[in-house]
Design a protein around this ligand. Structure first.
Ligand code: C5P
Length: 402
């Protein structure tokens, strides 16, 4: 009974796959969950409310209020009751509305007010699934932390074969069990909000060229993932990278140091702390040429001006909040890191030296030293995920000492 006592709002939308929601509902109940079904108006054409009410042992909800007696179906209290909002099947239409914040039925308003994890099991024809609009909507939802139960390849209701078939009910059950088990473990940073910056910024020289650096964002992404896995609400302000959005993390993509500054200040507003992992350009071209700069015979001089130091600016307003910085050095490592600790008001600095093999850019390992007001702690070469866990442990200790 993996789901014993869990409250699941099962959303059903208008897809042929709605018949599978009946089996899913039974599986969820057999696993111990309480299930409240919310159907979109169209989904009633595909499976009857009577079937779903019988299987879930609760009246199903469709409208904002009961037309018989005017009783209000509160989407807010539904969202508060739920440990999980699971929409299966989720049509292209509902996914688009979720991505756009449309609130024209009870299921969508429940989604917009849900504070619990949200998972969707898309179901649609292969071309609808592959359409860039649907893919972009799924990406938007993913970036906002919605979990997606990947559809399967197979025969579709249209007679065509391809990807778009809703995952089978037992696969959705397993996904649900894993998701809720992971959110159980999350307790340690539940209710905390963090900003993580990651990746390289891009400073345009002209429409074609830019100044950047070798950061891949792997360390920052690992930290965002770890904090989110411990229950924190994480905003990841990310420069250019090819990495996928870690589960449960809200990503804000930026290009330049100035854009990263603005996004970080905004996210730091309501945060309990920030981990500044991004490799931010210190200098940016004084002016961006509107046209591609043509080559001439002589030298080309670029005038650069300083960018804002995001970490230092957040450090100046942090108050009692936690601020963790990184220092990537090539010489006089510890002295430079200590200087940053004081000047940027970091609670601790994660120092890595490019002189250490296996540390720094690109790789999946890092060798770091933690530096704070009390001293230094050198860690061995570790996977970046493990370094992220050690950083999260330190953050938890700082929060506990508040
Ligand atoms: O001074 P330095 O760039 O070495 O400091 C590194 C630390 O400061 C990192 O945590 C980095 O993310 C942050 N930083 C920043 N904004 C800048 C430059 C650095 O947030 N413009």
């Amino acid at each position: 009974m993996q789901l014993q006592g869990k409250h699941i709002v099962l959303g059903i939308t208008g897809s042929i796959a709605a018949y599978k929601a009946a089996l899913l509902c039974r599986l969820l109940r057999t696993a111990g969950a309480e299930v409240q079904v919310v159907m979109t108006p169209l989904s009633k054409e595909f499976i009857t409310p009577l079937t779903m009410a019988t299987l879930s042992r609760r009246p199903i909800l469709v409208e904002f209020f009961d037309p018989e007696n005017g009783a209000w179906n509160s989407h807010v209290s539904l969202g508060e009751w739920a440990d999980l909002l699971l929409i299966a099947p989720a049509t292209a239409n509902t996914l688009a509305k979720m991505a756009g914040g449309v609130a024209d039925n009870l299921l969508l308003t429940t989604y917009l007010s849900a504070r619990c994890p949200v998972a969707v099991a898309p179901a649609m024809d292969l071309d609808m699934y592959a359409h860039p609009a649907t893919q972009q909507n799924l990406q938007t939802l993913r970036e906002r932390g919605v979990r997606i139960v990947e559809p399967a390849e197979g025969e579709l209701a249209s007679g065509l074969t391809g990807k778009g078939r809703m995952a089978e009910p037992d696969a959705i059950l397993r996904f649900t069990e894993e998701l809720l088990a992971a959110s159980e473990k999350k307790k340690s940073l539940n209710g905390r909000r963090f900003l993580v910056t990651a990746g390289a910024t891009i400073e345009a020289i002209d429409p074609v060229r830019f100044i950047s650096n070798h950061s891949t964002g792997k360390m920052g992404y690992a930290i965002a993932e770890e904090l989110a896995a411990r229950g924190a609400d994480v905003t990841l302000v990310s420069g250019r990278t090819v990495l996928p959005v870690p589960e449960g993390v809200r990503r804000v993509e930026v290009l330049s140091a100035e854009e990263m500054y603005r996004a970080s200040v905004e996210a730091f507003g309501g945060a309990d702390g920030a981990v500044m992992c991004a490799a931010v350009a210190d200098y940016t071209p004084d002016r961006v040429s509107e046209c591609k700069i043509r080559k001439g015979d002589g030298e080309l001089l670029l005038r650069l001006r300083r960018t804002r130091d995001i970490a230092a600016e957040l450090g100046a307003v942090k108050g009692g909040r936690i601020l963790v910085g990184f220092a990537l050095e090539t010489h006089d490592e510890e002295a430079h890191a200590e200087e940053k600790l004081a000047r940027k008001h970091f609670d601790f600095v994660v120092l890595n030296s490019l002189r250490d093999p296996g540390a720094g850019f690109r790789g999946d390992t890092n060798k770091v030293t933690f530096i704070d007001a009390r001293g230094h702690e050198a860690l061995p070469l570790l996977p970046k995920s493990e370094v992220a866990a050690r950083i999260a442990d330190r953050i938890e200790r700082l929060l506990a000492a508040e």
